[in-house]
Design a protein around this ligand. Structure first.
Ligand SMILES: *[C@@H]1O[C@H](CO)[C@@H](O)[C@H](O)[C@H]1NC(C)=O
Ligand SMILES: *[C@@H]1O[C@H](CO)[C@@H](O)[C@H](O)[C@H]1NC(C)=O
Length: 443
């Protein structure tokens, strides 16, 4: 078996032609802007020659419109990063975080609360980014120390919001659910969006990715994390579970009990891998008024096995655990292995708390909506990205399976929105999706 036959995580562009019923619900752009090279995808300036580093640097820039970063300092840090060198990624963002930490500390937060909050939010983002590529070695003490720093900075920042964020801990079935309630100070019970991140992101990032955009529109926000996600993985030692309804149902109970939440207008936003987790919840808990799959993911298992390619999939199915593990582990050790593959496997092992690649693959297989998709009764916004690099074809599959319940929307490269989760276009994606949410919840 040769590694060259493995087509893991190859960037692909899905320009599918749709003939199925969900096409009629596709959003139309108000007018089409004529530009040269209009149709060529991948027209964005690259921030690194390493495709995954480009994506992760863009991810940091992406939170700038909602207080999560400042552009110039991120570009300066990005210039220190050596393509493919995980330690250099750590060093660049750790140095930046330390600098911004010193700025934040020097600000009198009583006199200048906005300045202090801005600096603290940026500090938190940069410590999170410094941690991002470090999960290959579970004993690396920086995994916890950087996280403590990001939590401390973030908590100091949300205490300085006009309506301070409230940290809450809810009881799940065998685990605790860390969550944050962000109210907008408006009178009366309000529509509320519950939000979680995916394979590798935190609830703190969700505040900047879309939380603040929702608050600006008078929507309350509850961010949260479940097993496998950054704080739960670290503090409770738990890997991902497919039964995401066990995480979200207690949050719906909690939200419904609050006087400032309109229980008939609760939505759930799932980012990235949670583009599977969120619709899954709706198959078991029918109290949600709307679900957003950003981007849509029908079968995470299938998406991963698509990336493995037919030969590795056949090897997995043959049950030859030893050879499967040895091939994957030698890929991880090989410096020529593309960052996306190396990172995706290291992060998968860590976040699923899997002892081996074979065990991870066995877990991953459980994450499909097959057999439960028909139990969903909630309108679902199914976002797709034109240059989807992880889950190609999955949003289309989810929309097709949901039929009339789906509102499918393709975010396009020409708008700078073609990356996975439309990274870099959070203002546009918030506009499209949050306007849909306001239209779909009962008036
Ligand atoms: C469009 O693409 C062609 C071929 O790559 C290139 O020569 C041309 O300069 C591009 N035009 C614009 C406006 O970017
Ligand atoms: C993992 O990190 C620990 C703590 O820094 C270190 O002692 C150990 O050598 C590392 N292991 C590998 C394989 O790099």
């Amino acid at each position: 078996m040769k590694f060259t036959s493995v087509s893991l995580f190859i960037i692909s562009c899905s320009n599918l032609v749709f003939g199925s019923p969900f096409t009629r619900k596709m959003f139309q752009k108000p007018h089409s802007i004529k530009r040269d090279n209009d149709t060529s995808p991948g027209s964005m300036l690259k921030l690194s020659s390493d495709a995954d580093f480009h994506f992760e640097i863009l991810r940091v820039l992406s939170v700038a419109p909602y207080q999560g970063a400042d552009i110039g300092e991120v570009l300066v840090a990005a210039n220190q990063i050596v393509p493919g060198d995980f330690e250099s990624f750590y060093a660049a963002f750790n140095d930046l975080a330390n600098i911004v930490h010193d700025y934040a500390k020097a600000i009198d937060s009583e006199k200048y609360p906005v300045s202090a909050r801005n600096a603290l939010f940026r500090e938190a983002t940069y410590y999170r980014s410094a941690d991002f590529f470090l999960h290959g070695n579970w004993s690396d003490p920086r995994i916890d120390s950087l996280w403590e720093k990001q939590l401390t900075a973030f908590d100091s920042a949300i205490a300085l919001l006009p309506t301070p964020g409230e940290r809450i801990t809810l009881q799940g079935d065998g685990f605790e659910i860390p969550a944050i309630f962000f109210g907008n100070g408006l009178p009366g019970p309000r529509p509320t969006l519950l939000m979680c991140n995916g394979y590798d992101g935190s609830q703190e990032e969700m505040y900047h990715a879309v939380g603040e955009a929702a608050l600006q529109r008078g929507i309350n926000v509850i961010t949260f994390e479940g097993p496998g996600q950054p704080t739960v993985r670290r503090q409770q030692g738990l890997g991902f579970i497919p039964e995401w309804e066990k995480v979200v149902s207690p949050i719906i109970d909690y939200a419904s009990s609050r006087r400032d939440v309109d229980a008939s207008k609760i939505g759930l936003w799932g980012e990235s891998f949670a583009g599977y987790l969120a619709p899954r919840v709706a198959a078991f808990d029918h109290r949600l008024a709307a679900v957003i799959a950003f981007d849509g993911l029908y079968s995470f298992g299938q998406a991963i096995f698509d990336q493995f390619g037919p030969e590795m999939t056949a090897l997995y199915q043959s049950g030859n655990e030893e050879e499967f593990n040895s091939i994957i582990l030698s890929m991880l050790a090989d410096p020529a292995t593309p960052t996306t593959i190396r990172w995706a496997i290291e992060q998968g092992l860590w976040s699923f708390k899997a002892a081996s690649p074979f065990e991870w693959a066995t877990e991953v297989e459980k994450y499909t909506l097959d057999g439960i998709v028909q139990d969903i009764t909630t309108p679902v916004f199914v976002a797709a990205a034109q240059e989807e690099m992880f889950f190609a074809g999955q949003a289309e599959l989810l929309a097709e399976k949901l039929g009339d319940l789906a509102t499918y929307h393709l975010f396009e490269s020409i708008d700078g929105a073609g990356e996975h989760c439309s990274l870099g276009a959070s203002v546009l994606s918030s506009q499209v999706i949050l306007d849909w949410f306001q239209d779909v919840i009962p008036s």
